[in-house]
Design a protein around this ligand. Sequence first.
Ligand SMILES: Cc1ncc(COP(=O)(O)O)c(C=O)c1O
Length: 318
Amino acid sequence: MAVMKSVLEAIGNTPLVDLERLARHWKLEGHILAKLDHLNPSGSKKDRIALGMIRAAERKGLLKPGQTVIEETSGNTGNGLALVCSVLGYPFIAVMSKGNSVERVRVSRAFGAKVVLVDQAPGAKPGTVSSADMDRVMAETERLTKELGAFCVGQFHNADNAIAQETTGDEMWEQSGGKINAIADFIGTGGGFAGIASAMRRHSPDVRCYVVEPENVPYYNGKTAKEGAGHRIQGGGYGREVPFLDRALVTGCVGVTDDEAMEGARLLSSIEGIFCGFSAGAHAVAARKLLQGAEKGKTVAIVICDSGLKYLSTDLYP
Ligand SMILES: Cc1ncc(COP(=O)(O)O)c(C=O)c1O
């Protein structure tokens, strides 16, 4: 590997690993292929979109040299943008809910970002982020963007989010030698699902694409979530429509409980040496459910979204 001009060149092109040990542990027929996106420089898949959205904004003339960049984030996009902005010389403000883990706040600060923490909605449980909590974060981001004349990245509406995550799907396809039958992805902005599913469909119209969601927020499954239902799978499961999620791309939905997601993450760490967060655990469990059902004997690809290092303050790894 040649010398890189900056750490930004280390974003993407992550390994794809066959989770043979986990498949044996769960007595599965078939394969789970895991894309190790927690190995990106700030510890999550969001480095891809941080770089993609900033470079696209520069090209489109939406971001001027030295202009402040701002973003509402559950933390990982904030960490990625903080890293990218530090290397490219833009001041960066991350607006986050107090329901997110403290590691993400500290990582963004370490990259030189300013972090604005927004109080959770009344009655919210610490360590969970609900739709009402997200509304508060968005309102504060909008207010600050106007006040500071900042460039708001807007990962929930910015098409360059999904475009950047097509690279994940393209890499998966190429690395597997075209041997992917299905993908399963947890929805935050939906950029991951949309990007990977679009890439898969480009390579083969037969690939099945499953949405992963918290069992108690079965939004895409067409059921009703309990009023104020929170969950612990950070980074998504907000129970709301996202612009990138073209329902024509969705084959089906898989629900995962908090306990299952935690069990999945702990097994990925202890059996496969893949130290990851809640959503990666949810992905592994969703893949298990698919291989025990509709996708028996097939190959299901998932993303390891972020590193377990981001959850050391929680009870995920006591
Ligand atoms: C840990 C984690 N997993 C999954 C997601 C969902 O990804 P996407 O926004 O691409 O739907 C996010 C998004 O913030 C995340 O931080």
